[in-house]
Ligand binder design. Structure first.
Ligand code: ASP
Ligand code: MG
Length: 413
């Protein structure tokens, strides 16, 4: 008997037929004696539909009214799923965020959860109810409805699992787990049985969009075991957990992540003196532009070059800021390039294995790919390359690190 939080995304509750299938699944867990809290998204496409409706009325509606509107999508699916469960003889009740009392701050459309009152939920669970909670929404201290940002139902599920000290938080979606890389790029991409929170964060922030990043952060912080599963196919999915709780010896590399949303700016002939890096990046930060990779070379005599990457959507603004800075610090030139991409090898195992970087660079050299920038962290090595070589790079790395093969020690997991 365990307490499980199960989250079903928009495609899993897209229509009545699927809601009935979800009800069958939840009922099976109930039959096995588990206590179940279900978190649902709105039917797929519904949140977008509501956003369009809003914009048909007003160009820039207040965030407060947007939240009142957007939170309705999830309320529909909670009620329908509860009905489908009741029809099966499974006692179920729907709850919206405010009824549970998922207390958030007041930043409408991107609110953060502050506190969850679990007393009502515990009482309902003890009385044998399945509780179906609306994802993505909460309430601020004045009773205003808030929402948590797109994809926020994942965060609702993890937060509830943490508050209730659930045994597992299961995220049901339209893929059967987390893969070594994007299967659309590499045929041999393989489902991982287990991955650590840290690895998942690196993979999620770089394009493997299975889970909302905030949800993974939350799960890691509160040590909530997370499992990604296919809604309508049987299978173990991927368990995301702490490193010391993974059951096998950790493979060196878990996966290859990549991101096309990168653009590069270089400021040439920068005087080599204290305060210059701050002078360059300070105004970029003030303009609310997020900087990713930063490289500054050793000065040859009195000047150096400074290169960094930003999201492509920010390139024009960043360039404007930088041109101004260049004048102020007497740099010689600003160059920009938006045809770049970032590829990373990710794995907690690289902490104890030397030579991952050289293997990565060798694999790229073998297929003739030039590396423009390199950055490393404890569990990740990233390179910036020309965008047109991205898929080639991902395939070369996937094969070089042997990721298509199931590690021997993992097959029993
Ligand atoms: N319905 C919301 C969205 O589409 C929340 C979610 O699905 O997680 O972003
Ligand atoms: Mg969704």
């Amino acid at each position: 008997m365990s307490l499980i939080v199960q989250k079903f995304g928009g495609t899993s509750v897209a229509d009545i037929e699927r809601i009935e299938q979800v009800a069958d699944k939840v009922a099976r867990f109930r039959d096995d004696g588990d206590s179940v809290v279900v978190v649902v998204s709105a039917m797929s496409g519904e949140t977008n539909r509501l956003i369009e409706l809003a914009h048909d009325v007003q160009e820039r509606p207040t965030p407060r009214e947007m939240d009142v509107l957007l939170s309705t999508g999830e309320q529909v699916t909670t009620a329908l799923l509860s009905m489908a469960l009741n029809k099966r003889g499974v006692k179920a009740k729907s709850y919206n965020g405010g009824q549970v009392r998922i207390l958030t701050d007041d930043s409408h459309t991107k609110a953060r959860i502050r506190e969850i009152d679990d007393s009502r939920l515990h009482a309902e669970l003890e009385a044998g109810y399945v509780i179906v909670v609306a994802g993505f929404q909460g309430v601020d201290e004045h009773g205003n409805i808030t929402t948590l940002g797109r994809g926020g139902s994942d965060t609702t599920a993890v937060a509830l699992a943490a508050a209730l000290k659930a045994d597992e938080c299961q995220i049901y979606t339209d893929v059967d787990g987390v893969y070594t890389t994007d299967p659309r790029v590499v045929d041999g991409a393989r489902r991982l049985n287990q991955v650590t929170f840290e690895e998942m964060l690196e993979m999620a922030s770089m394009g493997s969009r299975v889970l909302q990043i905030r949800a993974v952060e939350f799960a890691g912080k509160y040590n909530v075991p997370l499992r990604v599963l296919h809604s309508f196919q049987e299978g173990p999915g991927t368990l995301i957990t702490l490193e010391d709780q993974t059951k096998m010896e950790t493979p060196t590399i878990a996966g290859i992540a990549f991101n096309r949303d990168e653009a590069k700016l270089t400021i040439l002939g920068v005087p080599d003196m204290p305060g210059v890096a701050h002078h360059i990046l300070g105004p970029i930060g003030e303009a609310n532009i997020e900087v990713d990779v930063i490289v500054q070379n050793v000065a040859d005599d009195k000047t150096t070059d400074f290169t960094f990457t930003v999201g492509r959507g920010d390139l024009d603004r960043a360039e404007e800021v930088l041109n101004k800075v260049a004048g102020e610090i007497n740099a010689t030139e600003v160059r920009s390039d938006n045809k770049i991409a970032k590829v990373s090898v990710v794995g907690v195992g690289m902490r104890s294995h030397a030579g991952v970087a050289s293997q990565m660079f060798a694999a790229l050299a073998e297929v003739g790919i030039n590396i423009q920038m390199i950055t490393t962290s404890e569990i990740k090595i990233s390179v910036i390359i020309e965008e047109k070589f991205l898929e080639l790079a991902v395939r070369a790395l996937h094969s070089s690190f042997g990721l298509e093969k199931e590690p021997e020690n993992e097959s029993a997991a």
